[in-house]
Design a protein around this ligand. Structure first.
Ligand code: FAD
Length: 428
């Protein structure tokens, strides 16, 4: 069979390699000069290639449409991904949270392994501009019968087209029996994912779930963030509230930036945001999660006794990083000249509250271009979860981030690109 893969990224190269092993003739269209550029920025250049968990555990980390992955993940779980990369010569290691990385800590090694896996494919430097679609005759509808409860329900219309190839931006036509769209989402467009797959899908009549940034930094109009920009906090707990209700809580690292907050905790929290026009979001940071409010009160009392003659800010030296001390004093509302031994019990209690519940308003998501992934995309209702074939056009398939499936951080997004790609190739 002639297989055309549009997009030589994680999903595209995985699909190409797997289709070759099924004896198919494979062409990959890649519009960037080098394929799989995005792999190089994954895991901060180390590529968290999958997560060493079972398929069942994996599904708990998929944010959108986990059920869609049931079949493909069952057939190609993380263990198979690890086996495959090891068979391609990549030594792997498992880190915190069962994140899997190459021992070399080099994403390039994963990229090279994928290229080796797909090395018998013809990789053509061209972009896919348009699908070549042939209309399919629809079965004639039976004449409408009077209200009859025994009458079978109206059948859903079958595919309206057959996809027979793609027209490239060069004008060249690429004919194929199966066309896989693996063009990724809209984030990090410099790596080649510019949303073209959405246009191709729309051409075949697919519904698109609005693409929004996910795993992204968050914008806050709170001026304190800018005052502390560059400050990274380790071992803090971030709780995200939606309309006053906690919807996410995790301990880890975060960062204040000139526009709001970033860092691993923030990215994870961002994937829990819903419609920001309808809901109000706030983040609360517990700066001392290891201490209860009572313990923190006692600790503050001890510190203030030791630093008795220091002014308010100086009294915080052992408790807070330097760039946070003046911001804390301002939010605390205490006269900065107050000496530690003059601070009242009530003021210490207020300080405990600020340190355990540092509030940051969340006003917007960061932009799509800087998001780790794009949430949304081709509606999975219109794609067969076993074969990845479009229900709108025969011979058309989707895999990877172009689909409306996305997961949290931890190697899950690459894994879902890999398993959907394998499902495509192994069910042709
Ligand atoms: C900074 C960052 C860090 C990340 N870290 C991790 C991580 O550690 N672990 C993890 O699991 N996930 C991570 N991800 C997410 C992961 O990289 C993506 O989910 C994954 O790459 C999606 O694979 P894909 O093949 O669907 O899309 P992509 O990898 O984006 O590949 C799409 C390919 O299609 C090509 N293309 C697009 N349009 C056309 C066209 N019209 N014609 C021809 N070619 C086209 C593109 O050039 C590109 O090569 C990270 C993402 C980012 C941005």
């Amino acid at each position: 069979m002639k297989v055309l893969v549009v997009g030589g990224g994680a999903a595209g190269l995985m699909a190409a390699g797997a289709a070759l092993r099924q004896g198919h003739e494979v062409t990959v269209l890649e519009h960037m000069e080098k394929p799989a550029q995005k792999i190089l920025v994954t895991g901060k250049g180390r590529c968290n290639v999958t997560n060493d968990c079972t398929a069942e555990e994996f599904l708990h980390h998929v944010r959108t449409n986990p059920r869609f992955l049931f079949s493909s993940l069952g057939a190609f779980p993380p263990a198979r991904t690890m086996e495959l990369f090891e068979s391609l010569g990549v030594e792997l290691k498992v880190e915190r949270g069962r994140r899997v990385f190459p021992v070399s800590d080099k994403a390039e090694e994963i990229r090279q392994a994928l290229l080796r896996y797909a090395d018998r494919a013809d990789i053509v430097h061209d972009g896919a501009k348009k699908l070549l679609l042939e209309p399919l005759a629809q079965p004639e509808e039976a004449p409408a019968a009077p209200e009859d409860p025994r009458r079978p329900k109206k059948k859903k219309p079958g595919p309206a087209y057959r996809c027979v190839g793609v027209r490239g931006t060069s004008g060249r036509e690429y004919k194929a029996d199966a066309v896989l769209v693996a063009t990724g989402g809209l984030s990090y467009p410099t790596t080649g994912s510019t949303g073209d797959g959405y246009k191709l899908a729309r051409q075949a009549g697919h519904t698109l779930v609005e693409p929004v940034p996910s795993l992204v930094s968050l914008v806050s109009h709170d001026a304190d963030c800018k005052k502390m920009m560059g400050l990274a906090l380790k071992n803090v707990t971030l709780t995200l509230h939606e309309d006053g209700k906690a919807i996410f809580e995790e301990q880890g690292e975060m960062l204040f930036t000139h526009f709001g907050i970033s860092g691993p905790l923030t990215l994870s929290a961002s994937s829990h945001l819903g419609d920001m026009k309808k809901h109000k979001y706030e983040a609360f940071i517990d700066l001392k999660p290891a201490l209860s409010e009572e313990q923190l009160y006692d600790r503050i009392t001890r510190d203030f006794a030791l630093l008795a003659n220091h002014a308010a800010q100086g009294a915080l030296v052992k408790l807070l990083p330097s760039s946070m001390q003046p911001v804390m004093v301002a939010r605390w509302g205490i006269d900065p000249a107050t000496r530690a031994n003059q601070i009242t019990r009530e003021q210490k209690r207020e300080l405990v509250q600020l340190m355990k519940h540092w509030r940051v308003s969340i006003d917007a998501r960061g932009d799509l271009a800087h998001a780790v992934i794009t949430s949304g995309g081709v509606s999975v209702r219109e794609v067969d979860p076993k074969t990845m074939q479009s229900k709108k056009a025969l011979g058309l398939y989707f895999a990877g981030e172009v689909l409306d499936v996305d997961a949290y951080t931890g190697g899950y997004n690459l894994q879902l690109a890999f398993c959907t790609a394998q499902s495509f190739a192994n069910n042709l």
